[in-house]
Write a protein that binds this ligand. Structure first.
Ligand code: BMA
Length: 368
């Protein structure tokens, strides 16, 4: 064989070995991440997954009862997407800031995965400077915890504890399960210490990049799908992307929006904003999601069919948004999904009965 051809073959081989292998983690976690994304891709246009925060942990009138779920009580099946909160894990707490033990979260998340559902994690961490709560919108934190900041080492310690938990998300045979991680959400609002009042877009982008790159590359969490979800303060793609940390970091683009759906005219606002999210998703080849919404205490008894339902009737949203998630059912003073006997029960059931809204069994069936 000609020497030049030999060298060329050798070069290609070295390249494939170096870069091909580095993409694949020894526990196959990179492939589990793609598996999650592919399942969402497959569901696109067939229906939106319906999600509920803390669904299996507690509901109205019960807590930690195996198999219980307020969504199941009302609609006959579980959600297909399950939200969990990680706030407190970074500080070494045994329970999260809503008192749910991390061990329980881990066990339930693995169960969800085995039963065909998808897990998504929010994170409202305490500040690495003084352990102040996430809802310290006036505190300047971000510039001190990014690289070069005087509290960067403390922040890395927070990430180490977070990673210790996330690394436990495995089946008994040691296979890492895929999950969605949605840190630094609602950064365009002013209520969190990473919000727009005290951090610049560049600082937030850096915080986001450091968080994800550290978890993925230093801690090997390549089974992690990452979601970007500002709140509602944007009206075009440029504004939406103000805090966007980059295509290499993000897999899903979304929006959190409770506020606009409080009034009738808000339905159109939400539709317009989700169109922006969808456009970004198309341009950047990402999935789009309605990452958080809800009506506090479901005080509007037809909110599900007449607000959220109208949003889903929009054909673009129906085709291109992968999931919608409502927040937790903590008590009769703080809940976002009705329970048996509540005035909104039949309306929520009618919404979930729509063929384009996927509960767990329907989502699992799609993959068969
Ligand atoms: C908020 C409320 C709080 C909770 C926090 C994190 O929206 O539900 O009660 O502590 O989310 O889950």
């Amino acid at each position: 064989m000609n020497q030049v051809i030999k060298i060329a073959i050798l070069t290609v081989w070295v390249f494939v070995m170096l870069f091909g292998c580095s993409q694949k983690h020894s526990d196959g976690s990179q492939s589990t991440k793609n598996e999650l994304l592919q399942r969402l891709e497959l569901a696109k246009g067939k229906g939106l997954l319906f999600g509920h925060q803390d669904d299996l942990a507690y509901g109205i009138g019960w807590s930690y009862v195996d198999g219980e779920s307020d969504v199941k009580r009302v609609a006959g099946d579980y959600p297909s997407l399950f939200g969990w909160e990680l706030g407190g894990v970074e500080s070494g707490h045994r329970v999260n800031l809503d008192s749910v033990p991390f061990q329980t979260i881990k066990d339930l998340a693995v169960k969800v995965h085995l039963e065909g559902g998808i897990n998504t994690f929010s994170w409202h961490p305490f500040s690495a400077i003084d352990e102040a709560s996430s809802w310290s919108g006036d505190s300047v934190v971000v510039k001190y915890i990014i690289p070069g900041g005087s509290f960067h080492a403390q922040f890395i310690q927070h990430l180490n504890r977070l990673a210790d938990f996330l690394k436990q998300l495995k089946t008994v045979d040691g296979k890492a399960i895929p999950f969605i991680f949605r840190p630094w959400h609602e950064m365009d609002g002013t209520w969190f210490w990473w919000g727009s009042k005290t951090s610049s877009p560049d600082e937030l982008k850096e915080l986001f990049r450091v968080t994800v790159n550290y978890l993925r590359h230093e801690k090997g969490l390549t089974n992690m799908v990452v979601a970007y979800s500002p709140d509602r303060f944007f009206s075009n793609e440029e504004e939406y992307l103000t805090w966007y940390p980059g295509d290499d970091v993000i897999d899903i683009v979304g929006m959190d929006n409770y506020h606009d759906l409080k009034c009738d005219s808000g339905v159109n606002e939400v539709i317009k904003k989700l169109h922006v999210v969808i456009q970004v998703a198309k341009t950047h080849q990402k999935l789009a999601a309605f990452t958080e919404t809800g009506c506090s205490n479901v005080f509007d008894a037809v909110w599900f069919t007449q607000k959220l339902g109208l949003v889903l009737n929009d054909s673009l949203i129906n085709e291109d948004v992968s999931y919608v998630m409502v927040w937790r059912n903590a008590s009769t003073n703080h809940f976002f999904f009705p329970y048996p006997g509540h005035a909104a029960e039949s309306d929520a059931k009618a919404f979930l009965d729509r063929s384009d809204v996927l509960l767990l069994n329907e989502f699992v069936e799609l993959g068969k």
